[in-house]
Write a protein that binds this ligand. Structure first.
Ligand code: GLA
Length: 505
């Protein structure tokens, strides 16, 4: 369905089906209703019309709204068509088919990661009107950049997603807040306790989103977390559905921002999932984030605004203007070295966009989740600190081992990450499997990291020139704290390991 037709339908306040002639021309013509299709993408209806031998149609979904049938045709006793498949570069479209069996329409297809195999029955134009996707009003135009006094240094905290995914509840969030305090993580600088996807319930008749039964009282929860000297975050998407299939903020942006403020939240992660079908170019994606950034600002409450759109459209170049203090630069991290290394070394965002009040976000930490060796986790933490990346822990804090706590709370490592200059390190040089990275610090010294990306130990010298100096008279090993007056002849770095020093002249 051409975009102009969608828009016209919205403007006229009518359902798409009303625009089409009622006369059925093929066995597939008409309105088909689906009550039990898989929740993702949540097919609710199919509409087919044919006129002069030309077939048109849509499959209405809860995730993406009406999905247009591309090249619909009757072939081999079935209606065949393709749909757009936005997130998948290898398969920009996907084939679908409809077979009429026993008076029912059997719809089969795939979109993004979801298979559809569902049976629909005949409905009428009244049903079509009732099930028509409700488009939200056009996005507001961009206004003045939204100023922020928050996040002078990269935000630090914990998020539920990496460990708990959707299996998160009030009790666990409280337990994490308690553990942040009892383990010393709060005092080391970790401040935010963030609920990721999976807290959402249904909207009331007034449109206000309620939490699901796992979160009986959001205000009581935020009060509790605040009482522990911490701040608390929440999660949504600008699409109709979040990435895990929960209710998104589509059509309710102002209202949701106000709800988060009323509940007492301090941080919002806003994830493009399902929104990419509505906002699929730089201008609309930016405006969709601006819409929420402005809505948060209008509440009068301070929010950290975390943009999660996987680095599309050079997000760092406009993330601050929409009110963001951090913006994801990649797809999701997983708890294994190859993924962590791919993200941390190669997809951590353009350093030129990072600085006080705005940081590239290569995703949350996996330290403590058990999928990497101690050396690999040390590389993870070193890379994130050198990159001035947000430090959002992602493990069960109650199960932190002494080694995990020591790694996450090392004050010198945190000081590199949190340095007031806010510079994101760059790779200066590469030798075989070794990489040298440098990060100038606010006090004039320079943090240098030596990474070994290979599978065997390797040695390399650091030289004053790596720090832009002619001579080095003070060297501190960041991980151990050991000080010396000169750089050693060379460093031996274990396989997939890292060394980090701060040097000065
Ligand atoms: C996306 C994000 C993740 C997480 C999930 C939740 O995949 O990138 O960080 O928030 O959604 O569904």
């Amino acid at each position: 369905m051409p975009r102009a037709l969608f828009t016209a339908a919205v403007l006229l306040g009518t359902s798409l089906s009303l625009a089409a002639p009622a006369l059925a021309k093929t066995a597939y013509d008409g309105v088909w209703l689906f009550d039990e299709a898989p929740p993702t993408p949540g097919v609710t209806m199919m509409q087919v019309t044919s006129k002069g031998g030309k077939i048109e149609g849509t499959v209405t979904t809860q995730w993406y709204g009406p999905v247009e049938m591309l090249n619909p045709r009757v072939e081999d006793g079935a209606l065949k068509f393709d749909t757009r498949n936005i997130n998948d570069r290898e398969h920009p479209t996907r084939p679908w088919s409809v077979a009429i069996e026993g008076g029912k329409a059997h719809l089969k297809g795939r979109i993004w990661e979801s298979e559809v195999d569902a049976s629909g029955y005949r409905g009428n134009t009244k049903d079509a009107r009732a099930r028509a996707f409700k488009f939200s009003p056009p996005l507001p135009a961009l206004g003045a950049p939204i100023p922020s006094k928050l996040a002078a240094t990269p935000p630090m905290g914990w998020s539920s997603w990496n460990k708990f995914a959707e299996h998160i509840d009030d009790k666990t969030v409280r337990a994490m807040a308690d553990a942040m305090v009892s383990t010393g993580l709060r005092d080391a600088g970790y401040l935010y306790v963030n609920i990721d996807d999976g807290w959402q319930g249904k909207r009331g008749a007034d449109g206000v989103l309620q939490p699901n039964e796992k979160f009986p009282d959001m205000k009581a929860l935020t009060d509790y977390v605040h009482s522990r000297g911490l701040k608390i975050g929440i999660y949504s998407s600008q699409g109709p559905r979040t990435c895990a299939g929960y209710e998104g903020s589509y059509g309710h942006v102002m209202q949701d921002a106000q709800t988060y403020a009323d509940w007492g939240f301090d941080y919002l992660k806003y994830d493009l999932c399902s929104g990419e079908w509505f906002y699929d170019e730089a201008a609309t994606v930016k405006r969709s984030y601006y819409e929420m950034g402005a809505a948060l600002q209008a509440t009068g409450r301070d929010f950290i605004f975390s943009l999660c759109e996987y680095g599309r459209f050079d997000v760092g170049s406009w993330g601050r203007d929409v009110g963001g203090q951090l913006w994801r630069t990649t797809g999701d991290i997983t708890d294994d070295y190859p993924t962590m290394a791919k993200i941390g070394f190669d997809k951590n965002g353009k350093p030129e966009w990072a600085g006080p009040h705005g940081f590239n976000d290569p995703d949350m930490l996996e330290i403590g989740n058990g999928g990497m060796s101690a050396d690999e986790y040390r590389t993870h933490m070193t890379l994130w600190a050198m990159s001035a990346a947000p430090l959002m822990m992602g493990h069960d804090l109650r199960e932190s081992t002494p080694e995990t706590l020591a790694m996450l709370t090392n004050p010198r490592v945190i000081a590199v990450d949190q340095d007031a200059k806010g510079v994101q390190a760059k790779a200066l040089r590469k030798h075989g499997t070794m990489e040298v990275w440098a990060k100038p610090l606010a006090d004039g010294r320079v943090a240098l990291a030596l990474f070994n990306r290979g599978d065997a130990a390797s040695s390399l010298a650091l030289v004053p020139g790596d720090a832009g100096l002619t001579a080095v008279t003070q060297v501190q090993d960041v991980w151990s704290g050991t000080k010396s007056a000169k750089l050693p002849a060379s460093y031996t770095v274990p396989a997939r390991g890292a060394v980090m020093v701060v040097v000065g002249d």
